[in-house]
Design a protein around this ligand. Structure first.
Ligand code: ADP
Ligand code: MG
Length: 308
């Protein structure tokens, strides 16, 4: 039988030290020493809502819970520093589930140089809930916000989209290194990670950037093979999945057109899948341009967590 203290000790023994984290698990607070502006993000995953234990294993849940937070740090072109993990564990199997969560987080934490620096451990009769907070630091170039897109900017995505529900949504690859490399090469005006779907998340950027619009070239959207596979089953066009499915965790960014040329000519390390998909416009609305030049307005319908 695990005790809360035993479990925390088990985690503490395995938590790697990191520069910038002089104090991790074991005290009332962690202490961080950040090089730049602090970036803080939180995401909560609930059994029955965002995953189902049984279909997803605890280590898959742990991986995803950390990865989605790292993706938010990537979207600001920041460096992740420390993660804080709060869990509500089902009483029946609390210890095994907690260790499973940690096994899923560990490889990601190592790969991205994030210290597991604290958390909170509870058990109850309810389902598993895991809430991770990641603290990161902006680079000397500053954090990239959603709000900096300008008319005429080129829109780019870091990889293929759609069909993540086939399984990819459980193992997103946070584009931290890609974002840092891109932001080092050029001035990124605005960026967001695609969690709600390309259309919805582009909508957020345009809205935050002062009510701008965009034209997307339908043929330029990189469509993931999973979107093609799902489309075969449900009969909807693959590009619809690429536009609306969500949970891709690729980055969408707006840069000056010259900078887009530069990025695509001299690909930053790891950014081979970078594609230009369209242009920001001062005419509000999101328009999809097909190969024959015809344009149609698309609605940025995304997933609303309060609506269902
Ligand atoms: P307090 O009661 O002072 O908040 P806790 O007993 O909750 O402290 O936690 C003790 C230490 O263990 C703290 O450093 C806390 O951040 C850490 N901790 C607790 N649960 C977890 C967890 N699930 N993962 C990582 N660290 C944890
Ligand atoms: Mg305390």
């Amino acid at each position: 039988m695990d005790t809360e203290f035993g479990l925390i000790e088990w985690i503490r023994r395995r938590a790697a030290a990191r520069e910038g984290v002089p104090l991790g698990i074991g005290d009332d607070c962690a202490a961080l020493r950040l090089a730049g502006e602090a970036l803080v993000t939180t995401d909560m995953l609930m059994d029955g809502r965002h995953f189902r234990l049984g279909e997803a294993t605890p280590d898959q849940v742990g991986y995803k819970a950390l990865a989605v937070n790292l993706s938010d740090i990537a979207a600001m072109a920041g460096r992740p520093v420390a993660a804080f993990v709060a869990v509500a564990l089902p009483k029946d199997n609390a210890g095994a589930i907690a260790r499973g969560l940690w096994e899923g987080m560990r490889p990601l934490a190592e790969r991205f140089g994030v210290a597991l620096a604290g958390g909170d451990t509870n058990a109850w009769d309810g389902p598993l809930v895991i809430c991770i907070t990641v603290v990161g630091e902006a680079t000397a170039r500053g954090a990239v916000r959603r709000s900096g897109a300008k008319p005429g900017d080129a829109l780019l995505v870091t990889g293929p989209l759609g069909g993540s529900l086939l399984g990819r949504h459980l193992r997103p690859r946070p584009r931290v290194a890609e974002a840092l490399a891109i932001h080092e090469a050029v001035d990124v005006h605005a960026m967001i990670d695609i969690s709600d779907g390309l259309a919805a998340d582009l909508g957020h950027v345009l809205e935050e950037s002062g009510g701008l619009g965009a034209v997307i070239d339908e043929g330029a959207i990189p469509v993931h093979e999973d979107a093609v596979a799902i489309a075969r089953d449900d009969g909807r066009p693959p590009v619809e999945h690429a536009l609306h499915d969500g949970e891709d965790f690729e980055l969408l960014l707006a840069v000056a057109p010259d900078d887009a040329d530069r990025l695509l000519a001299g690909t930053p390390p790891g950014c081979e899948a970078l594609r230009r998909i369209g242009v920001v416009s001062d005419r509000p609305g999101l328009r999809l341009r097909s190969a024959d030049g015809a344009e149609r307005v698309i609605e940025p319908r995304g997933f609303d967590h309060l609506a269902c």
